[in-house]
Design a protein around this ligand. Structure first.
Ligand code: 3HC
Length: 283
């Protein structure tokens, strides 16, 4: 099946990044969110990201206009009905995702694939909210989407091979490298990455070193591009906390307990870059 139009639910960091890479790859993208302010902010982010590509010489001004013309925005989920695939990239909240997926399932023709960009929630469980578990799959992108080369393709218990093949091909069309992963909380990358970030928060909470020193340690000692606390700010402390909750609840293993400081900071509204303050302050 050839994919020409991609519907995206959610215009946040992941949703707008997915819309951008689809449009850059020559596909039509329809991005849906609940209000025009969120969509306007998303289009501004995409504009800024495309400007970087123009500055680098990978895109011309004329191509930028074409890319932007391929991205439509809407507040009406019915407008996603023309999509060949819909990728759900809403907030990492199971109840919300189940509700959105049930809603979109009722709107889309039976042939349309539905993918979730969830960071950790069971694909099998999300699939069960729809009438098409064979055409439901996890398509997990990484932040910032235009830069990160990986997409995890997560098959739930009832995902068909044809769906997995189509979605892996889509990832390649977007210039990404897909890896196939069996359904399990946090999949592969977040199962490894998020406990590492959580442990960094514990080291900060225990006063072992400052945030800057912890991050310098992992950058200089392990060659990570940014430190774990700066990465947590990029990903969002709320997302990191949500993933740790899913890991902890699913595996029932204390090694996944969220660091209390992480919970405290989320309670205080310190969500990282998106709120202007996390482990660091942002202008
Ligand atoms: N759009 C387009 N290009 C962008 C961009 C964006 N939003 N953000 C950065 N770039 C490009 C820059 O133009 C630059 O390109 P160049 O090297 O060709 O000139 C390159 O990326 C590096 O950017 P900067 O020089 O501005 O900044 P850094 O060197 O600090 O790199 C980074 C930024 C690429 C984000 C780097 O810090 C990094 O790789 N960090 C780790 C990111 C990571 O691990 N992401 C995964 C998070 S986990 C996740 O998302 C899963 C979720 O479920 C939780």
């Amino acid at each position: 099946m050839s994919i020409k139009t991609v519907g995206i639910i959610g215009a946040g960091a992941m949703g707008n990044g997915i819309a951008q890479v689809c449009a850059v790859a020559g596909l039509n993208a329809i991005m849906q969110d609940i209000n025009d302010a969120a969509l306007g902010k998303a289009m501004k982010t995409i504009g800024g990201s495309l400007e970087r590509l123009v500055r680098k010489g990978t895109l011309t001004e004329a191509q930028t206009a074409e890319v932007l013309a391929r991205i439509k925005t809407t507040t009406n989920p019915d407008d996603l009905a023309v999509s060949d695939i819909v990728i759900e990239a809403a907030t990492e909240n199971e109840a919300l995702k189940l509700k959105l997926l049930q809603g979109i399932d009722a709107i889309l023709p039976p042939s349309t694939i539905i993918a979730s960009n969830t960071s950790s929630i069971s694909i099998t469980k999300l699939a069960a909210a729809t009438s098409r578990p064979d055409k439901f799959i996890g398509m997990h992108f990484f932040n910032p989407v235009p830069v990160m080369a990986l997409v995890e393709i997560i098959t739930g218990l009832r995902t068909s091979e044809a769906t997995a093949d189509t979605v892996a091909e889509l990832a390649r069309t977007l210039g990404k490298t897909p890896i196939g992963v069996k359904n399990s909380a946090g999949f592969v990358v977040n199962r490894i990455l998020c406990p590492m970030i959580n442990e960094a928060v514990f080291t900060l909470q225990e006063g072992l070193a400052t945030a800057e020193e912890i991050d310098a340690g992992m950058k200089l000692g392990c060659n990570h591009p940014i430190g774990p606390l700066a990465l947590c700010d990029l990903v969002g402390l709320d997302v990191q906390l949500a993933v740790m909750h899913v890991l902890y609840q699913t595996f029932n293993d204390p090694k996944y307990r969220p660091a209390p400081l992480l919970q405290e900071m989320v309670d205080a509204g310190m969500l990282g870059r998106k709120s202007g303050q996390g482990f660091y302050k942002y202008g």
